[in-house]
Ligand binder design. Structure first.
Ligand SMILES: C[S@@+](CC[C@H](N)C(=O)[O-])C[C@H]1O[C@@H](n2cnc3c(N)ncnc32)[C@H](O)[C@@H]1O
Length: 186
C-alpha cells in the first residue's frame, strides 16, 4: 500500500505495524478504526472487511486518510472527524485503536497522537467507557498498549468495563514493549 504522510499527522511506526500485521478481519465484517492517522489500519482492514469507518480528532488525519484511500483505490472506507465515538453511529464486528499512550501531558494537533496524560491511559479510559455501545454481539476490540502503561492496569480497566483481556502479539522497541490486546464483552 502506498501511504502519503503529512507533517501534522502521526507517521506509521512500530505500533501501527503491530496492529496492521495482526488484524484478523473476516470477510464481510464491519470495522471501526479509532484514531486513523494516515489510514494505515483502516485501509489494511478494508482489504477483507465489507465496510470500514475511520475517525480521528485531527482534521489533517481525516483528509490524509481520504487521500490515501483514493491513491490506493479503496472504496469501502469512510473517514470522518470525531472525538472518539462522538460522531460514530452503529455497531461493529471489530473496533481497532492505536491510541495516544505515552505518559506525557503535551498539547497540540500532532502531540495528541502520543500524549496519553499522566499515566498514558487517559484517552484509553475514555475509549473503554463507551466502546461496548459500538460492539456487535460477539464483537472484539484490538487495542495497542505499552509496558509504560502497565499491563495489569489495562487488564483492570478492561475488567471494570466487563471486557476480557488477552495479549495477541507483542513487539520490543527501545525503552518499552508494545502489546496488542484483544478484548471481548464478558
Ligand atoms: C498513535 S496515533 C495512531 C495513528 C494510526 N492509527 C497508526 O496506527 O499509525 C493515534 C491517533 O489517534 C488520534 N486521536 C487522539 N485522540 C483522539 C480522540 N480523542 N479521538 C479520536 N482520535 C484521537 C490522533 O490524532 C492520532 O491520529
Amino acid at each position: 500500500m502506498k501511504l502519503e504522510t503529512h507533517p501534522e499527522v502521526y507517521q506509521p511506526a512500530e505500533d501501527s505495524h503491530l496492529l496492521a500485521d495482526n488484524l484478523d478481519v473476516q470477510k464481510g465484517e464491519s470495522v471501526l478504526d479509532v484514531g486513523v492517522g494516515s489510514g494505515i489500519i483502516a485501509l489494511t482492514a478494508a482489504e477483507k472487511a465489507l465496510k470500514v469507518v475511520g475517525v480521528d480528532v485531527n482534521p489533517n488525519a481525516v483528509k490524509l486518510a481520504c487521500k490515501n484511500a483514493r491513491i490506493n483505490k479503496i472504496h469501502n472506507v469512510e473517514f470522518r472527524q470525531s472525538n472518539l465515538f462522538e460522531n460514530v453511529n452503529g455497531k461493529f464486528d471489530l473496533i481497532t485503536f492505536n491510541p495516544p499512550y505515552l505518559p506525557v501531558c503535551e498539547k497540540g494537533v500532532l502531540r495528541d497522537s502520543w500524549s496519553g496524560g499522566v499515566n498514558g491511559l487517559e484517552v484509553v479510559w475514555r475509549f473503554l467507557k463507551d466502546v461496548k455501545k459500538h460492539l456487535k454481539p460477539g464483537g472484539r476490540i484490538l487495542l495497542v498498549v505499552s509496558s509504560l502503561n502497565g499491563l495489569n492496569n489495562i487488564e483492570g480497566m478492561l475488567a471494570k468495563k466487563g471486557l476480557s483481556f488477552a495479549v495477541k502479539a507483542e513487539c520490543k522497541i527501545p525503552f518499552e514493549t508494545l502489546y496488542l490486546v484483544q478484548s471481548k464483552s464478558l
